[in-house]
Write a protein that binds this ligand. Structure first.
Ligand code: NAP
Length: 259
């Protein structure tokens, strides 16, 4: 299927690895020019070079922490007018509900709620003026089904989801659609790090931690960044113009719910 977005320009935040990288790669495969971002420049430059070589698109890189005001200013200055925004950043640390103080919550809200909102506010007005735009926010399955050790994520991402539900309906009339992608367990560094936490807490091997987690997923495996990227590219496509304010769960069936 031709997604109809060749020649468009996308900002994909936090995209040197993992799910952000999967989104960048899938958009580039459709002929979308990219602005890629991550904090570490080595992996970012390597990812950008691989994508340029594989897909022949322009790729601008900005090494910056997207969760800081300075970082966002750098990224926005390099981005200029973009047609597509993919919001992403690292997830908050795990812990117990009794662990977190006000500063922990402010950090999580900054990274996983207020950063995507700031980028939406900066870039969506231009999309509306031009009459076309796509925003995809990478959130989490924790929005549908809370993950006990990720209370900071459960909270901050629920806040973003509420904002998107209202805002998406105010901008859809100008050709801009905003949706959320909710990853379940995907095979990325983040998943390895969470498996490491379980292995340590339970005194089991990494393999055992992974096997245990895979058993909770009806598909019987972790998702891949490629599969995730393909769903993102579809939500950024010409065909997604009537999909507004939705939350698409990509979890191999892990959340046991009818709707
Ligand atoms: P990952 O494999 O650890 O990759 C994270 C990427 O984001 C890297 O490129 C990293 O590069 C970049 N990054 C992290 N913090 C950043 C920041 N402050 N500013 C700019 N770039 C930043 O993580 P992932 O698995 O793709 O996860 C992406 C998001 O999905 C996270 O919010 C995660 O919590 C959420 N999620 C993931 C899963 C899963 O199973 N993988 C499930 C549910 C939700 P640098 O470190 O160099 O900055």
């Amino acid at each position: 299927m031709d997604l109809g977005i060749s020649g468009k320009r996308a900002l994909v935040c936090a995209s040197s690895k993992g799910l952000g990288r999967g989104c960048a790669e899938a958009l580039a495969a459709e002929g979308v020019h990219l602005v890629m971002n991550a904090r570490g420049s080595d992996a970012l430059e390597k990812a950008a070079a691989d994508i340029r070589a594989a897909h022949g698109v322009d790729v601008v890189t900005v090494a910056a922490d997207i969760t800081t005001e300075d970082g966002r200013a750098k990224v926005l200055a390099a981005s200029g007018a973009v047609d597509i925004l993919v919001n992403n950043a690292g997830g908050p640390p795990p812990g117990m509900w009794t662990d977190w103080n006000r500063d922990d919550f402010i950090a999580a809200l900054d990274a996983n709620m207020l950063t995507p909102i700031a980028l939406i506010k900066a870039l969506v007005p231009g999309m509306m003026e031009r009459g076309w735009g796509r925003v995809v926010n990478i959130t989490s399955q924790s929005v549908k089904s809370p993950i006990p050790v990720l209370g900071l994520s459960n909270s901050a991402r629920a806040g973003l989801t509420g904002y998107v539900a209202g805002t998406s309906r105010q901008v859809a009339g100008k050709g801009v659609v905003i949706n959320n992608l909710l990853p379940g367990i995907h095979d990325t560094d983040r998943a390895t790090s969470l498996d490491g936490g379980v292995a340590k807490a339970e005194g089991i091997s990494m393999d055992a931690a992974r096997t245990k987690r895979q058993a909770t997923i009806p598909a019987g495996r972790y998702g891949t960044a490629q599969e995730f990227g393909a769903a993102c590219a579809f939500l950024c496509s010409q065909h997604a113009g009537f999909i507004v304010g939705q939350n698409l769960l990509l979890d191999g069936g892990a959340v046991n719910a009818t709707l």
